[in-house]
Design a protein around this ligand. Structure first.
Ligand code: ME8
Length: 520
């Protein structure tokens, strides 16, 4: 396994304000990036905005602004979201930056030199909302004789001179790529969709447009701007330093470990992008994961329906760690999910307040009141003590496996199984009655429980970073002993260490009245 880990989000279109769907994808990447950093890997985590193309040009015009001015403004909303969600991205790329224009033009030249691009003419259907070309047989009739793409986007007929990429030459090499181990396209069902799409035959792809100007000029033919998806996908190598393929950054981070995307844009990432890269003599990504789609109380999330969920509102209402936990726990990653107020409240109260928070609180409170606020001195360990410690010590390996598969729900389930085991242990050992009958044994029980809580807090950091940090503060764990390397026995809690007075970590969410709500 290589030591570096390069993870990317899609770069989001700046025609719209960020919503929970965008936050979801970036959150998943943030958890992976944090996990890998804590696990000692050298991480690069990239997000950014997709700022060229007809769709953005139209949105700018509708807003009465120049495209550059418009993209400056809306791109900032995505930076603000990253801040509000405490995303730990190392870079934020905008496709209007000079480094990206240089990279795209270099890639284009490379493709041209490799005889992968030729000039022709495009006559066919185009959906501006998707920035995608469609075949007639993919479309369905819509109102007023319109043609509708599978995504629901309206198509228009386009006829213009265009450069083409020789995608048709890449079928066999793409199929061989999908056979690599570990599998470069996940989940398995999505891989199968991609394989059958490629097996059905590939046509050359139009990669330039001439009917508008808002894009990266094609080298040596400025009447053309590059197709926005060629431009957008290239962001992933730009941020790794392309075209400086000998740079330390590029050599460390390319090929990307993982492109995280929604299922809507899998074809671009798993078919076109690896083909562009291989055609330019570059390595394709190690993995593309396409996650599912969120609906809101059963309905498609859309501006038209007025049910867009603003992540800032969610965080203000429920709390940041609560939102982060809910989004990754509620739905098996890869599946579609439905957002509902009831579901998030159940998770907050059941899993966070009554689960993790309660275990931490009861152990820390007892240490505070019965052990003079200091880590107690353990005596010899019983089978029960050893069994619980073994559960906690086994978590890292099991989380590593789940995280390598992007199975966040499984990783969280494993953590919560251990929380349940910790709770049962405390219930069975009854340290509150040992206080009178056998204080030495009470000390051992509280010591074991507290060290298990330490394990849980360290491992939960990628998911609920704020609550975990507070919990590690309550356990007086030094800042440099909070990585996964500190999970071994050498870093167990030091008896005698004074602990600060603990406070609640996850307040219960109380419904005040129908329609009104608050946190206790
Ligand atoms: O497609 N549920 O940008 P985009 C889950 N610029 N995820 C959702 C979602 C929902 N309801 N809605 C959006 C683009 N997403 C291109 C990408 S990459 C080189 C170029 C997430 O702003 C999901 O990750 O339309 C989806 O793939 C992405 O936002 C689409 O963002």
């Amino acid at each position: 396994m290589r030591d570096s880990y390069y993870i990317t989000t899609p770069i989001y279109y700046v025609n719209d304000s960020p919503h929970v769907g965008h936050a979801y994808t970036t959150l998943a990447c943030d958890v992976l990036a944090r996990f890998m950093r804590l696990d000692g890997r050298k991480v690069k985590f990239l997000t950014g905005t997709d700022e060229h193309g007809q769709k953005i040009e139209k949105s700018a015009r509708a807003a009465g602004m120049e495209p550059q001015e418009f993209t400056d403004k809306v791109s900032q909303n995505f930076r603000d979201l990253a801040k509000a969600m405490d995303f730990s991205n190392d870079d934020f790329i905008r496709t209007t930056e000079a480094r990206h224009v240089r990279s795209c033009q270099a890639l284009w030249r490379r493709l041209k030199e490799n005889d992968q691009i030729y000039l022709g003419g495009y006559a066919g259907w185009y959906a501006v909302a998707d920035e995608a070309f469609y075949d007639e047989d993919e479309l369905t009739p819509g109102p007023g004789g319109k043609k509708i793409a599978p995504s629901g986007a309206e198509c228009e007929w386009v006829e213009e001179p265009s450069y083409f990429f020789k995608l048709s030459e890449w079928q066999d090499r793409l199929l061989a790529y999908y056979d690599r181990t570990p599998c470069p396209v996940a989940p398995e069902t999505r891989r199968n969709e991609v394989v059958s799409f490629v097996k059905s035959g590939l046509k050359d792809l139009s990669v330039s447009r001439t009917t508008f100007k808002w894009g990266i000029p094609v080298p040596d033919d400025p009447a053309h701007v590059m197709y926005v998806w060629l431009d957008a996908l290239t962001n992933y190598i730009t941020a790794a330093g392309y075209p400086d393929v000998d740079s330390a950054d590029y050599r460390t981070f390319w090929p990307a470990s993982l492109h995280m995307v929604g299922k809507d844009i899998l074809r671009f990432h798993a078919v076109y992008w690896p083909a562009f890269l291989m055609a330019a003599g570059l390595e394709p990504p190690q993995r593309v994961f396409a996650h599912g789609w969120w609906t809101n109380e059963g309905q498609k999330i859309s501006k038209r329906l007025g049910n867009v969920i603003d992540p800032h509102d969610l965080v203000a209402k429920y709390g940041l760690d609560q939102v982060r936990y809910f989004l990754l726990r509620e739905v098996p990653f890869g599946n579609d999910g439905d957002f509902s107020h009831r579901a998030i409240v159940n998770r907050i109260n059941g899993d966070l307040a009554n689960g993790f928070g309660n275990l931490a609180q009861r152990v820390l409170k007892m240490i505070n009141s019965s052990c003079d606020g200091k880590v107690p001195q353990p005596g010899s360990l019983t089978l029960e003590d050893d069994a619980l410690l073994a559960t906690a010590r086994g978590l890292l390996d099991s989380l590593r496996k789940d995280i390598a598969q992007q199975a966040f729900h499984k990783a969280l389930d494993a953590l919560w199984q251990a929380i349940g085991a910790g709770d049962r242990y405390v219930n069975e050992q009854t340290p509150w009655s040992l206080k009178k009958t056998d204080p030495a044994r009470m000390n051992t029980v509280l010591y074991v429980a507290a060290d298990v809580v330490r394990h849980l807090a360290i491992l939960a950091q990628p998911f609920v970073p704020h609550a975990s940090a507070r919990l590690l503060d309550f356990l007086a764990v030094p800042g440099d002993r909070r990585t996964f390397a500190a999970l071994g026995t050498a870093d167990m809690l030091r008896p005698g260490t004074a602990l600060p007075a603990p406070e609640g970590l996850f307040p219960r969410y109380i419904e005040i009245a129908e329609g009104a709500a608050g946190r206790s």
